[in-house]
Design a protein around this ligand. Structure first.
Ligand code: FAD
Ligand code: 2HG
Ligand code: ZN
Length: 476
């Protein structure tokens, strides 16, 4: 308790928003204090649960005046500890979950306006109800929020065709650190009126403002699809197969995911009911999907023909097409369950990297060779959105090694892998962001001019450093 009748930060917050908007209950705090990968544990002062943009505005104004740090948190599914408070017990976790209205769906304009706390799957459903399609799709879609998707510039399995969250956003409503509201929920496709400010907040991981709503792009709903599970000899053939399928299908490939044999083995071992789609063993597989908004479009024939030709050319060795929606779901379950199976298998190190697609096979060969020679305590589980040049170049701890042996080499291994990524012209953070886990990597690999500009932006938009301090950048 503060002396002289002065209120504590908690009392200020409670007076401002009301007791029903401030949570200090230990079980609730426990859930927000730990990140998705259980790498970081903080201690929040409280959880603030505003009911409206106006509430968020009043909250930030107060926090800015009192220098109370604020950590926005969506579904807490992020991979970089970006939504986890520090251990000081002074930071407010700002949850947007009550801001979960679909404000409008405009089918004629192919757009919708949603609040930041909407769960991604609910946004997809609202679009589908209006016979439209919101393409962002990822394994955590049942719990991640649009605000989190925007703030991490999420990718997922449809980027090849539709782009990342950045490309799917028409406008934003953002509360700035001082409480001012930047409202630009435009549905315009063309708007060259000065700087494109919305792009500053997308991918900023809550360090530049709090997103409260977004205007999103919609697309015609897919009415036909064809999905195949394809055995391939190596990543080089995956890259060639992608080009072949894009050409042969008239660029109708919407997903193209690389799956190594070891990932399939993990999933079929750990996930009840998961079964291998192909009998013969192969070192690598691709899960690919063609989609079209045209009813009755013969995509299956097209994919079958293209795959037959691919086999003749040695790009694939075997393939099976989904014969039903159930088959299709089963194929996708195999892919989406890889992260979960990795977790069930044990401790893992994650590297979310992207490489120009033509150099990707060489990166895989070089990095795998290094691991084989130098990292006996782990095995490689390299999978992901190969169509976007984005691989999850992950390592799992080998059974039988003393627990923690692989984790102890985290920094050393990551530096070597990221150096190889840099050498091949790639990025050490393709879709998961920086948060706190890759802060040192950004400092190490970013161009000094770029870093300097980032810091200038941070200081300009958040001069008191109250927004998600210690994430993305260290600002002195
Ligand atoms: P959180 O984890 O809560 O927060 C992430 C960041 O956003 C934090 O910096 C937080 O402060 C900030 N933030 C949250 N809401 C706001 C807001 N309203 N305003 C300002 N800042 C805010 N990611 C991919 O890109 N592609 C994938 O394929 C993918 N697959 C995944 C599969 C699984 C099984 C899991 C567990 C995660 C996966 N992810 C993937 C990672 C994660 O789901 C995404 O990063 C997602 O976008 C995070 O959303 P969230 O609501 O959980 O955000
Ligand atoms: C995916 O593509 C996610 O499944 C998670 O981005 C990747 O767990 C991972 O490393
Ligand atoms: Zn991914």
């Amino acid at each position: 308790m503060m002396q002289g009748g002065a209120q504590t930060p908690l009392q200020h917050l409670t007076t401002l928003l009301g007791a029903d908007c401030i949570v200090t209950e230990p079980t609730a705090l426990e859930a927000v204090n730990i990140d998705q990968l259980r790498t970081y544990r903080g201690r929040a002062l409280c959880i603030a649960l505003p009911r409206s943009t106006a509430d968020v505005s009043r909250l930030l104004k107060l926090c800015n005046a009192l220098r109370i740090p604020v950590v926005p948190q969506g579904g807490n599914t992020g991979y970089c500890g970006a939504a986890t408070p520090d251990a000081s017990g002074t930071q407010v976790v700002l949850s947007l979950r009550r801001l979960n209205a679909i404000r409008s769906v405009d089918p004629a304009n192919y757009s919708m306006v949603v609040e930041a706390g909407c769960i991604l799957a609910d946004v997809q459903r609202a679009a589908a109800t209006a016979e439209r399609f919101f393409p962002l799709s990822l394994g955590a879609e049942g719990s991640c929020q649009i605000g989190g998707n925007l703030s991490t510039n999420a990718g997922g399995v449809n980027v090849l065709r539709y782009g990342m969250m950045r490309e799917l956003t028409l406008g934003l409503e953002v509360v700035l650190a001082d409480g001012r509201v930047l409202s630009s929920l435009t549905a315009l496709r063309k708007d060259n009126t000065g700087y494109d400010l919305r792009q500053l907040f997308i991918g900023a991981e809550g360090t530049l403002g709090v997103i409260t709503a977004a205007s999103l792009k919609l697309f015609p709903a897919p009415r036909a699809s064809a999905t195949a599970f394809v055995a391939i000899p190596d990543p080089e053939r995956a890259v060639q197969l992608l080009s072949h399928l894009r050409e042969a299908s008239g660029d109708q490939v919407s997903s193209f995911e690389l799956i190594p044999a070891v990932a399939l083995e993990l999933v079929t071992r750990h996930i009840p009911g998961a079964r291998r789609p192909l009998d013969a063993d192969s070192p690598w597989y691709v899960l690919c999907e063609l989609t079209s908004p045209r009813v009755g479009e013969p995509l299956e024939h097209r994919l079958e023909d293209a795959l037959a030709e691919a086999m003749e050319r040695g790009l694939a060795t075997d393939a099976v097409l989904a014969q039903s929606e159930r088959d299709r779901r089963e194929f996708w379950q195999l892919r989406e369950n890889i992260p979960h199976s990795q977790r069930l298998e044990g401790m893992s190190l994650k590297h979310d990297v992207s490489i120009p697609i033509d150099r990707l096979p060489r990166f895989v060969a070089r990095a795998s060779a290094w691991l084989e020679t130098h990292v006996a305590e782990g095995f490689l589980v390299c999978y992901g959105h190969v169509g976007d040049g984005n691989l999850h170049f992950n390592l799992n701890e080998r059974r039988g090694v003393p627990p923690g042996t692989l984790a102890a080499r985290r920094e050393e291994i990551r530096r070597i892998i990221h150096n190889l990524v840099q050498d091949e012209g790639g990025s050490f953070s393709a879709e998961h962001g920086i948060g706190q886990s890759k802060l040192a990597e950004l400092q190490h690999y970013a161009d000094p001019v770029e870093l300097n500009l980032m810091r200038t932006l941070k200081r300009t938009l958040d001069p008191n450093g109250i927004l998600n301090p210690g994430k993305v950048l260290n600002v002195a």
